[in-house]
Design a protein around this ligand. Structure first.
Ligand code: ADP
Ligand code: MG
Length: 397
């Protein structure tokens, strides 16, 4: 146990053993089709390794929010066929009626998906009876779903205390990358925090100022910081009531020796739509009827120079309203700089967040970052410095 948790390297002989593997199969669907199979692919390494080692692989996962009420629309039965396609192997489906009998018919190397864990109301309550219900089906427990690790549920936390517990390959990769980015990073460290609102990322900002050397603030939340400094931000998205909080964060950064970077030029428009007339101006020249929708090119270039001096980058939140052209320019440009520095070998870059991942894909650089986390809530809680129950249970369990 080199890292505080055990992995599949420590699991020993699994041939013929029933291994409960918690995965994230909560994929988006439309008209009965999986529209994005990223999460299914993320399970491949663990599930195929265990099957190839002749384990009986029992995949546990939730789907949607049934709140303890089973319904066909939230049944994992509909995932089995697309999942089998992704795995390139047969996958059995086991419901909660005949589960014990069905598991008994499985052979070493078989893979089965158990029905939605949230069909039990006690799953999200970490009810010991539900933990017992799951535990009775398996000999060993593998948690491979980092994205669900911020929840203390029966299948994400409770089971780790009840059965010998191990991190799956995807969980292991995620934890290793996060440790390299914020746990024990090479300095200087830069953090980019963007997105819409300061209020959703207050704890992230507070945690980061004590850990990173450069805090780069972009997106709508930069407006709140600019306004706190007395800059007129016109009609921009801005939380004026958080001016005091923004000042406290800047003061804390000062004390910790962390440089806060706010944009000094910005791209503004009077209408928020695709390709409106825009102006690129100094932050002090925003008119009363204008909105700041992106960081300006001069600031982006300066930020690129900051990244060139850094060894580690952690990024959450786009620098502008990237879904609406041309307000993706700053995010795309800085992402490409970070990707190039990573490829050259000088920078370890870790990014996460739903919109951030979309923006990196839009920039075509997601594969060039050291690690891109697709876990939304869990990634943010980790950036807040919080202990994730699912991870803590692996360490203690
Ligand atoms: P993530 O999902 O990566 O954590 P967020 O959800 O916090 O990121 O933020 C993404 C949203 O922030 C996007 O919808 C983007 O349009 C919005 N945004 C970024 N900059 C601005 C801005 N200047 N004005 C309005 N919205 C912005
Ligand atoms: Mg988002």
């Amino acid at each position: 146990m080199v890292r505080g948790f055990k992995t599949l390297d420590d699991i020993g002989e699994v041939s013929g053993k029933r291994v409960l593997v918690r995965e994230d199969l909560n994929v988006p669907m439309a008209d009965g089709q999986v529209t994005d199979d990223t999460r299914l692919r993320a399970t491949l390494a663990t599930v195929t390794e265990l099957a190839d080692r002749d384990a009986i692989v029992l995949v546990l996962a939730h789907f949607g929010r049934p709140d303890g009420v089973p319904s066909p629309g939230m049944s994992l039965a509909q995932i089995v066929r697309p999942y089998a396609q992704v795995l390139g192997r047969p996958v059995r489906y086991i419901d909660w009626e005949g589960d014990t009998a069905a598991v008994a018919t499985l052979l070493p190397g078989d893979i089965a998906v158990l029905e939605n864990t949230r069909f039990f109301g006690g799953e999200e309550k970490n009810d010991p009876a539900v933990v017992e219900r799951f535990a009775a089906l398996g000999d060993l427990y593998v948690n491979d779903a980092f994205s669900a690790a911020h929840r203390a549920h029966a299948s994400t936390e409770g089971l780790a205390h009840r059965l010998p517990a191990f991190a799956g390959r995807a969980m292991e990769a995620e934890l290793d990358a996060l440790e390299k980015a914020l746990g024990d990073p090479e300095h200087p460290v830069a953090a980019v925090v963007g997105g819409a609102k300061v209020s959703t990322k207050l704890d992230v900002l507070k945690h980061l100022v004590g850990r990173v050397d450069h805090l780069i603030i972009g997106g709508g939340m930069a407006n709140t910081f600019l306004a706190a400094r007395g800059v007129g931000v016109g009609k921009s998205l801005c939380e004026h009531d958080l001016a005091g909080t923004a000042e406290e964060i800047m003061a804390a950064a000062d004390r910790a020796g962390c440089t806060v970077h706010l944009p000094y030029d910005v791209v503004v428009a009077t209408e928020f739509r695709a390709n409106p007339p825009t102006r690129t101006v100094n932050v002090h020249e925003v008119a009363a009827d204008e909105m700041i929708l992106d960081v300006g090119p001069a600031a982006v270039e300066a930020l690129g120079d900051v990244l060139k001096t850094c060894r580690t980058l952690v990024w959450n939140g786009p620098l502008g309203a990237f879904e609406t052209p041309p307000f993706d320019a700053a995010t795309v440009a800085l992402a490409r700089t970070a990707a190039a520095l990573t490829k050259e070998g000088g920078l370890t870059s870790v990014a996460g967040g739903g919109d951030t991942v979309a923006a990196l894909n839009q920039a075509g650089v997601a594969d060039d970052f050291t690690f891109v986390s697709t876990a939304g809530g869990a990634f943010l809680e980790w950036m807040e410095g919080r202990e994730l129950p699912g991870v803590a249970a692996l360490a203690s369990g």
